[in-house]
Design a protein around this ligand. Structure first.
Ligand SMILES: Cc1ncc(COP(=O)(O)O)c(C=O)c1O
Length: 394
């Protein structure tokens, strides 16, 4: 069995990657450890790299269609990993999940229509509808003992304002929650009964850690299946976000026909050579890599949690059920958000995502990406410890 080396430090400088090469632009300095945008500093599974090289060596990159194996690889993956038996016709290629959200907003709502999100949450959920002149309504998550819960009573009140769509982050980013079946059933019931279409963004689905099982929203009840559009992708799972390959799954024919017709009217359902190649290779041959990657990530999460407890008790990690993102509760430092950002960026020399980016409830938090070699995290945490100690001594 192959053993993958996640300790390897790979220089990403000069590859036009957002995480490293945009530091100066985004944070005002390139001399920072990049622990922000959600991709990992690990090489993709060798099977993916080999498949891309093999296809590239052919040398002709003409118009391309998805193979039957590509479709089968998606169906088999969802069946095996998420107990979801889908039909091929339920799916469509989409060029990215954020774009997919934009397409749904555009296809199913009109200007000034209301869209519900549950912050703190992945910021494009707010940005994309806002840019399309829709009104975003916040149904803030409830924070209880360092864990988030959906406010379903609050949701009923917000829905009464006349919303058309709810965007669900399943599993949740930045809180890392894998929602329970009952939570999803309750959500589905409220949304179905009130004619609110659910977009379920399941990009982090494959990254649930031991003891947690991701549940696709559409599988929890008929009401969920008949009233949802699910987005999934191999991008976070296998660290291939730059290849841009995602897909939608829509069991309800009426919703599907409308969405597919929208996609076809711009030819958006047509994928790309390397998207098809990488997706198929990842789903067919990437499983063992993923098992080892998740073990390594889980080790990183434990490492960060223990380090904070022992050395920086003012910062508390919210242990994610899924993903390589840790929501850090920094409220005990008693700093304003600009002061917190100054501490991380200018004093500790670290680039994390600031909590307020994720909307309401994000004040006092920072989001840490632990998809990096552990030695880099160790260095980052030591810098953070020094910065916090210096701050406290002043
Ligand atoms: C919840 C969530 N959805 C979507 C994305 C981005 O997806 P895509 O690159 O396919 O637009 C991310 C990336 O961080 C994410 O966390």
């Amino acid at each position: 069995m192959a053993v993958y080396n996640f300790d390897e430090i790979i220089d990403r400088n000069g590859t036009n990657c957002l995480k490293v090469d945009a530091l100066q632009e985004r944070y005002g300095s390139s001399d920072l450890i990049p622990l922000w945008v959600a991709d990992m500093d690990f090489k993709a599974p060798p099977a993916v790299i080999d498949a891309i090289i093999k296809r590239a060596q052919h040398g002709i990159f003409g118009y391309t269609r998805p193979s039957q194996e590509y479709h089968d690889s998606i169906r088999n993956w969802l069946d095996k990993h998420h107990d979801w038996q889908i039909k091929q016709e339920w799916t469509s290629f989409i060029p990215g999940i954020v774009k997919g959200i934009g397409f749904v907003v555009s296809c199913f709502t009109d200007r000034n229509d209301k869209i519900i999100i549950q912050p703190p949450v992945y910021h494009p959920f707010r940005i994309i509808p806002t840019l399309q002149h829709r009104e975003v309504i916040d149904n803030e998550l409830i924070l209880k003992e360092n864990r988030y819960y959906m406010d379903l009573e609050g949701l009923k009140k917000k829905i009464a304002l006349g919303a058309k769509i709810l965007i669900l982050c399943n599993p949740h980013n930045p809180g890392g929650r894998v929602w329970t079946k009952q939570e999803l059933i309750d959500l589905a019931e409220i949304c179905y009964d009130n004619n609110v279409l659910v977009i379920s963004d399941e990009i982090h689905a494959d990254l649930a850690h031991k003891g947690h099982k991701h549940i696709p929203f559409a599988t929890v009840s008929d009401k969920a299946a008949m009233n949802s559009i699910t987005f999934m992708a191999p991008s976070k799972t296998f660290n291939i976000a730059g290849i841009v390959s995602s897909f939608s799954v829509i069991p309800n024919q009426k919703i599907r026909d409308k969405f597919h017709a929208y996609l076809e009217s711009f030819e958006l359902e047509e994928g790309y050579i390397f998207a098809y190649t990488a997706t198929q290779a990842a789903y067919q041959h990437g499983e063992e890599w993923l098992v080892q990657a998740k073990e390594y990530i889980w080790g990183n999460i434990q490492f960060v949690d223990n380090y904070l407890k022992e050395n920086i008790p003012q910062i508390k990690a919210m242990i994610p059920d899924a993903s390589y993102l840790i929501w850090l509760d920094c409220r005990d430092l008693n700093l304003s958000q600009p002061q917190l950002e100054d501490l991380f960026v200018n004093k500790a020399k670290l680039a994390l995502n600031t909590g307020t980016m994720f909307g309401k409830g994000g004040e006092g938090f920072m989001r840490l990406n632990v998809g990096s070699p552990r030695s880099i995290l160790a260095k980052a945490l030591a810098q953070l410890k020094d910065a916090v100690n210096n701050k406290l001594q002043k």
